[in-house]
Design a protein around this ligand. Structure first.
Ligand code: ATR
Length: 282
C-alpha cells in the first residue's frame, strides 16, 4: 500500500541522532491499517515555519517534536494546551479546525504506564518523590499535580531548578536538597528517577531505598539499560517497580490518537520490538 502523503507524520528536530518514534508509530500504522507513514524531518530552524504550514494546510497529519525545538516551536502554534503551556514545552503537534495545536505527552505517558501496570492504584492523595529537575521531571510533576497527588517532592543536585518547578504549583510541589534524599524516601508512595544517572555509560544513581515503604513503587524513566541498577536494587528489596520503556511507549499513544482517531494498544509485541531495537542500537 502506498501511504497517503497528506496523512504522513514524522518526528521533527535537528541533528537527530536516533529516534524510536518511527519504529513505534509505523508498527501501529501497520497494525491498524492506517494509510500513512512515519518519517524523520531533520530541519534547520529557518525551515520550521514552512514545515509547520504543511500540517496547517492539511498536507501532513502532524508530528512529534524533539530537540532543539520542544520549546521554540510554541511560537509557531495557534493553540497550546494547558499541560504544554504549564511546562513550556511541546512534543506533539496536530491540526484541529484548521488550527495548529501543540501538547506534551510525557507526563501522560508516565501515568499511562503506571496505570497499565498497577490498575486501580490511587494517584489522588498520594505522595511522590521525583529525582531530577529537567524537562521530564517538569512534565511528570505537572501531570501528577493534575491527577491530585497531595505532595510532590523534587530532589535535584541544583536545588534552584527544583525550586523553579515548584513554582508550577507551590502548594503541592516541594523542593528537596539532594543531600536530604534519605529523609524523604520513607515518606512517599511512588519514587521516580528522571535524572540521567543509571543510563548506559553514566554513574549509577545512589539513592537510598532501604528506607522506602514496602509498597512504594520505584520507577525509572531511563530505559537503556532496561533494568537500571536502581530498579534492580528495588526489586531485590521486594518493591514494586516500573521501567522506563513503558513510559516511552505510552507517551506515543496520545499522538497517534490525535492524528488518526485510534487509541493504539501498548502490547507485548510492540515492547519486544523496541527491546530488540534497544539491544541492537543501545
Ligand atoms: P531532561 O530535560 O531530559 O529531563 P536534563 O535537563 O539533562 O534532562 O536533566 C538531567 C537531570 O539529571 C538534571 O536534574 C540533572 O541535575 P542538575 O540539574 O543538577 O544538572 C541530573 N543529573 C545529571 N547528572 C547528575 C549527577 N551526577 N548527580 C545528580 N544529578 C545529576
Amino acid at each position: 500500500m502506498n501511504a497517503n502523503p497528506n496523512n504522513s507524520v514524522c518526528i521533527l528536530g535537528h541533528n537527530i541522532t536516533y529516534s524510536r518514534s518511527p519504529l513505534i508509530h509505523n508498527h501501529w500504522i501497520a497494525e491498524y491499517g492506517v494509510d500513512s507513514k512515519y518519517g524523520i524531518c531533520d530541519l534547520p530552524a529557518e525551515k520550521l515555519s514552512d514545515f509547520l504550514s504543511t500540517i496547517r494546510n492539511g498536507k501532513s497529519a502532524g508530528c512529534n517534536v524533539t530537540t532543539p525545538y520542544k520549546e521554540t516551536v510554541i511560537e509557531h502554534l495557534d493553540v497550546v494546551d494547558d499541560v504544554a503551556s504549564a511546562i513550556g514545552s511541546v512534543n506533539t503537534i496536530y491540526r484541529r479546525d484548521g488550527l495548529l495545536r501543540g501538547t506534551s505527552t510525557d507526563g501522560a505517558g508516565y501515568i499511562g504506564h503506571l496505570e497499565a501496570m498497577h490498575p486501580g492504584w490511587q494517584l489522588k492523595g498520594s505522595k511522590v518523590l521525583i529525582l531530577g529537575a529537567g524537562g521530564a521531571a517538569r512534565s511528570i510533576a505537572a501531570a501528577l499535580v493534575q491527577r491530585g497527588c497531595s505532595a510532590i517532592y523534587i530532589a535535584n543536585r541544583t536545588l534552584e531548578k527544583a525550586r523553579d518547578i515548584a513554582g508550577l504549583h507551590p502548594n503541592t510541589i516541594i523542593p528537596v536538597a539532594w543531600d536530604d534524599l534519605q529523609s524523604t524516601t520513607g515518606a512517599v508512595d511512588l519514587l521516580v528517577n528522571t535524572t540521567s544517572l543509571g543510563m548506559v555509560g553514566r554513574q549509577p544513581l545512589l539513592c537510598p531505598l532501604e528506607t522506602t515503604r514496602s509498597d512504594c513503587i520505584v520507577s525509572d524513566i531511563v530505559y537503556a539499560p532496561l533494568e537500571t541498577e536502581l530498579l534492580a536494587r528495588a526489586r531485590g528489596l521486594g518493591r514494586p517497580v516500573l521501567d522506563g520503556l513503558g513510559m516511552l511507549l505510552h507517551q506515543a499513544v496520545p499522538g497517534f490518537q490525535l492524528w488518526f482517531g485510534i487509541q493504539p494498544a501498548v502490547t507485548q509485541e510492540l515492547r519486544t520490538l523496541v527491546e530488540q531495537d534497544l539491544l541492537s542500537h543501545g
